[in-house]
Write a protein that binds this ligand. Structure first.
Ligand code: KIV
Length: 303
């Protein structure tokens, strides 16, 4: 049986482009799979996109576990149950090999097919990536702009000079040789992304790194136009923020004007039963006093 991740190598070989979407919940995952996505990423962009943080640093393993499980359920509800799910290891969760293995195992046991981590872990006495792979955990790399290192790297756009481009290409080679199945290139100047794509064996998935990468990844809320702010590298394929806003405005206006709900939004009592109830209330003058003794939930049958 082929691994769901084999799509990365197969498409690198055939030259077909890989379309990956970073998303965080079951309905979006189901829609993306049914729309034909090659792979899903549960990105730690969860932090800024969904949880309201300014960046990805506050995202925890608990956050990633909850949203990974939701995305996995969304794939299972779709018509394409073999779409691979890659889950991000959040900030600080792979600082030691033990943590990296423990946290990756937790995400895989929730149904992720692989984990993604930022940087190379190159130069550590034991290569974390190799260790993960030895433990049966497929790894996707992430180079260029790595948001978890936002406070230690210089600027957003990466690889503008020989001094910065060459280490980037070497790191990509290192990831490929270490056994990663693919690497995200974020905000890498497009010539360097193109060269990297040519010289490494594994698929490059670009975001803000030009058209020559083997595939592209976009954040769901950006591509459907929910995010208010648009970055240069984002293509909004719809403007659904305004659709959500106008739906919310209509609901609020209709509730405030007593136009919603209509009878069709509720359930009605049979007229004879209602009449009976009215008589009961009228006949029993103590009804209100005794109402406290009634447990209103005992006999309620929910529709
Ligand atoms: O967290 C994320 O969504 C990502 C992608 C932008 C590559 O890492």
């Amino acid at each position: 049986m082929l691994s769901p991740l084999s799509v990365f190598a197969a498409k690198k070989r055939s030259g077909e482009k890989i379309a990956m979407i970073s998303l965080y919940d079951a309905p979006s995952a189901q829609i993306a799979c049914d729309a034909g996505a090659d792979a899903l990423l549960v990105g730690d962009s969860l932090g800024n996109v969904i949880l309201g943080y300014p960046n990805t640093i506050p995202v925890t393993m608990e956050d990633m576990k909850r949203h990974t499980a939701a995305v996995v359920r969304g794939v299972a509800q779709s018509g394409r149950k073999d779409v691979p799910v890659v889950a991000d290891l959040p900030f600080g969760s792979y600082a030691t090999i033990e943590d990296a293995v423990k946290n990756s195992v937790a995400l895989m046991q929730l149904g992720a097919h692989a984990v993604k981590l930022e940087g190379t872990t190159e130069g550590t006495p034991e290569n974390t990536i190799t260790k993960l792979i030895q433990n049966g955990i497929p790894v996707m790399g992430h180079l260029g702009f790595t948001p978890q290192s936002l406070l230690t790297i210089d600027g957003v756009v990466q690889g503008k000079t020989l001094e910065t481009a060459w280490p980037l290409i070497s790191s990509a080679k290192f990831l490929s040789q270490s056994g990663c199945f693919a690497v995200v290139l974020e905000a890498v100047v497009q010539e360097v992304a193109a060269l990297t794509t040519q010289v490494i064996e594994i698929a490059t998935i670009g975001i803000g790194s030009g058209a020559e990468c083997d595939g592209q990844v976009l954040v769901w809320n950006d591509l459907v136009g929910i995010t208010p702010k648009t970055f240069r590298f984002v293509q909004r394929y719809a403007e659904t923020r305004s659709v959500w806003a106008s739906a919310a405005e209509s609901f609020i206006t209709e509730v405030q004007a007593s136009q919603f709900p209509l009878n069709t939004h509720a359930w009605q009592m049979e007229p004879d039963k209602l009449e009976e109830l009215r008589h009961h209330i009228k006949d029993d003058s103590d009804w209100l006093d005794s109402a406290d003794d009634l447990n209103p939930w005992t006999d309620v049958k929910l529709p």
